[in-house]
Design a binder for this molecule. Structure first.
Ligand SMILES: *Cc1c(COP(=O)(O)O)cnc(C)c1O
Length: 437
């Protein structure tokens, strides 16, 4: 076991104490508060490539990557220069700019199933707008989501499943009216029977089904291709729109996201995270018949003061230009497999009941023995081992998002030597949490 002394935290502690006077829980987004792993959050001062430094000058290899947006790591020079040169002309105009065309063309040229898109400023906003569009287009009101998928903090999607296969949602957040939650049906993931039953009984009322085709916000619940294909077919058969929420998987598991990876075309797609190159951008897109319903062409209202912000467009375009290079995704996947397979072999050899699940450059520590986990209900709710591992690794210079339900990301900036460093530390972490050597 490592005998390293804990890292310094005095400056982060002091900043957090101040922040608690300003923000609920001291943070501007709840998972940052370290509530699930315990302890206080580290205040980050700087990032460069695969590394971040906190205010106490501790250095970490970063596997959080701002929760996904930074597929090129921190301060990639191409993204950085694009931001700076655009900013020299001003930050925002509230009028059309060339940059919006440039980013849209770059995306639409490469993603064949969407004809038109609309930029917004976050993943939540993209999903909220997509749901409104689906309702406006179909004239129906109910929506279907899957237990274990996260779609941002949209009212109608902050719902829990009841008990049973097909259930009407109950709100999972105070402030979401039950009448609204009841318009959402919640299904278990990867369950064709529940899906069929739901559509047979309610298709006349259902506007859309929304899914994270790579569910990566509540563990990494990889779905069977058969399930996703059937979902597509059933939506077509029952005239229900299929929304792929690719805020996390878009431009991550391939340029065209899970839709490209699985060869499935959703009716509406939502993007976020990577699309903004580290600045706040979201988007939704669809065929032109559907997008014709969006204002000012159509009756579905949706707007945004900072939508299509030129600096954010410049960051997104620069990042996507790198992502679109040949073999980019194959390289990220190979690096991820390099780390994941070594850790899994090690865990297997020592009979540690942990497995690292991965797809593309996303990975997740599954503390579920070696079972294949595809539904929210199968996740081991005891995250104590992850929490111990998280604390151990912070002291060793390896930074993961502070919750066992969150995935990790490998960026273009991670070098094999960074991964080798992390592998060694994680192996030591396994010894720390499971004993042995
Ligand atoms: C992150 C995420 C969202 C929410 O995006 P924000 O930019 O945080 O509002 C929605 N859906 C999925 C699948 C996400 O991963």
């Amino acid at each position: 076991m490592s005998t390293k002394s804990p890292i310094k935290r005095a400056v982060s502690e002091s900043l957090f104490a101040t922040a608690k006077n300003f923000f609920p829980g001291g943070v501007n987004s709840p998972v940052r508060a370290f509530k699930s792993v315990g302890g206080i959050p580290l205040f980050i001062k700087k990032g460069d490539g695969a590394r971040i430094w906190d205010e106490d000058d501790n250095e970490f290899i970063d596997f959080c990557c701002s929760w996904g947006p930074l597929i090129l790591g921190h301060n990639n020079p191409h993204v950085y220069n694009s931001i700076v040169s655009t900013l020299q002309n001003g930050a925002s105009f509230g009028a059309p700019t060339r940059k919006e065309n440039d980013l849209a063309k770059f995306i639409l040229d490469r993603i064949p199933f969407i004809d038109k898109m609309r930029f917004v400023s976050s993943g939540t906003e993209a999903v909220m707008s997509a749901i409104r569009l689906a309702r406006g287009y179909t004239g129906k009101t109910k929506i279907v989501k899957f237990d274990g998928c996260y779609h941002g903090h949209v009212d109608a999607l902050l719902v829990n499943a009841g008990s049973g296969l097909v259930t009407f949602g109950t709100s999972s957040s105070a402030g979401v009216p039950e009448v609204l939650a009841n318009e959402t049906l919640v299904l278990p993931l990867n369950d064709l029977e529940a899906l069929r039953t739901c559509l047979e009984n309610y298709h006349h009322d259902i506007a859309c089904i929304i899914i994270e085709p790579v569910p990566a916000n509540n563990g990494l619940l990889l779905q069977d291709g058969v399930f996703l294909n059937q979902l597509r077919e059933l939506c077509t058969e029952y005239k229900v729109l299929l929304i792929f929420d690719e805020v996390i998987s878009g431009f991550r598991v391939s340029f065209g996201g899970a839709a490209e990876l699985y060869g499935i075309q959703p009716d509406i797609v939502t993007y976020g995270k990577i699309i903004g190159g580290g600045l706040p951008v979201g988007a939704y897109g669809a065929k032109k018949e559907i997008m014709a319903f969006v204002s000012p062409d159509g009756p579905v209202y949706q707007a945004g003061t900072l939508s299509g912000n030129p600096v954010a467009m410049a960051a997104g375009l620069a990042q996507l230009e790198v992502c679109a290079q040949e073999d980019f995704y194959a390289k990220q996947e190979a690096k991820t497999k390099f780390m994941v397979s070594q850790l899994n072999e090690h865990a297997n050899a020592h009979n540690y009941p942990v497995e690292i699940v991965s797809i593309g450059s996303i990975f997740w520590f599954s503390f579920n023995g070696h079972k294949k986990i595809q539904a929210a209900s199968q996740i081991n709710p005891d995250m104590s081992k992850f929490n111990e591992l998280h604390h151990f690794l912070l002291n060793e210079g390896v930074y993961f998002g502070p919750s066992g339900y969150e995935v990790g990301f490998i960026s273009e900036a991670h070098q094999v030597s960074d991964l080798e460093f992390a592998i060694e530390k994680i192996k030591l972490g396994f010894v720390a949490i499971y004993g042995g050597n």
